[in-house]
Design a protein around this ligand. Sequence first.
Ligand code: ZN
Length: 368
Amino acid sequence: MTIRDLARLASAVENGAPEALERIAALPPGEGLIIGITGPPGAGKSSLVDGLTAEFRQRGKTVAIIAVDPTSRVTHGAILGDRIRMQRHHADAGVFIRSMATRGASGGLARTSAALSRLFRAAGFDFIIIETVGVGQDEIEIASLADVTVVVLVPGMGDDVQAIKAGIMEIADIFVINKADRPGAQQTQREIQAMLSLGHGAVVPVILRTVAIDGTGVPELADELQTRQRRLHLQPEQSWKVDHLGIAVRSLDEALPFYETSLGLPVLSRETVEHEKVKVAMLPAGEARVELLEPLDASSTIARFLEKRGPGLHHVAMKVPDLPATVSRLESAGVRLLGKPQRGAGGHLYVFIHPASTGGVLWELIQE
Ligand code: ZN
C-alpha cells in the first residue's frame, strides 16, 4: 500500500464511506501494537507522543499517529502549539500522522479511530498511537480500543487524580507521570498506587516517570511498549512439555539414595552412553524425568562441567511437536544452537541451545 493509497483510504474512513470500512475489514490484520494515550489537558501528551515517535524511529520502528480532538475544551491554538512539534516527523516516511479535529461529532469517533488503527496496522506500522486531548467519556472510549492504554498525569494534580479515577481505573495499562521533575511526583505516584490498591484487576498497571520535553524516561516507556508488542502476537507454546532435567553428579551411587529413598523416585533405567562418555540414570517424576549424569572420564563434557561449575543442573530438556520448524524459527531469530539436530538414544531427534542465548542454562529440545 502506498502512502497515497493509505491517505486516500484514511480520508474515506473519516468520511464514513462504507466501502472503505469493508475494504479495511478484509485486510490482513498486521502485527502492530495499538497504543491509546490519554490524560488531562496540559499533561504533555503531545510531547510524549513526539518523544516516543523519535525513540521508536531510532530503533527502526514505524509509527502511525491518530490525533483525536473530540471536544473543543482546549483551544485549537494550544493543540496546534503542542502538535506543531510533530511537524519534524512529517518528512519521515516511517511516520504517518492523521489529525481528527472534528466539530463536536461524538460516538462515530470511536468507530473511526478503530477503523483507522486497523488500517494502519494492516499497512504494516509497528506502533499505532491514538492520542486524545482529554479524559472525557469519548476519550476513554477511544483509548480503550487500544491494545495498551497509557494514562498521562502530572505532579500536583491532587483531587484531579480522584476525579478522573473512575474511567481510567478500568482502562489504564501504564500510568506515566510526566513532568516528573516537578515537585510532587512522589506524591502523585503514591496517589496512583493507593488508587490501584483499591482495584481488583488481575494485572497491575505499570507506573513510569518521564520528562517528555527532554526525553527523560521515554526509552523506558518505549521498552515497555515494545515488550507488549512482542507479547501481543506470541502463541503460548502449550504443546511443549518438560521432558527431563539433566543433573550432573560426581557419582551416581552417591547421588541415588537421596533421589530414590528420600524423594521416592525409583530408577527406571541405567545405561552407559559411550560416545558421550556418561553413565545415565533415568528417574520418572510425574510426567517428566530426572536424568542423573556421571562422567565416565575426564574428557567427558559432564566432567568439564563439574570442574567448572560443580554438581548441579546441567540442562533442561523440552519435548516439542515439530523440532525442525522450531529450529528454523530459532535460527532465524539469531539463537545460538550447538550444532544441528541429531539422533539420540531411541532414535529421537534432539538439539541443544547454547546457554548464551537462554540466560545461562543449556536447553535441550527433543522431537516428541
Ligand atoms: Zn538430557
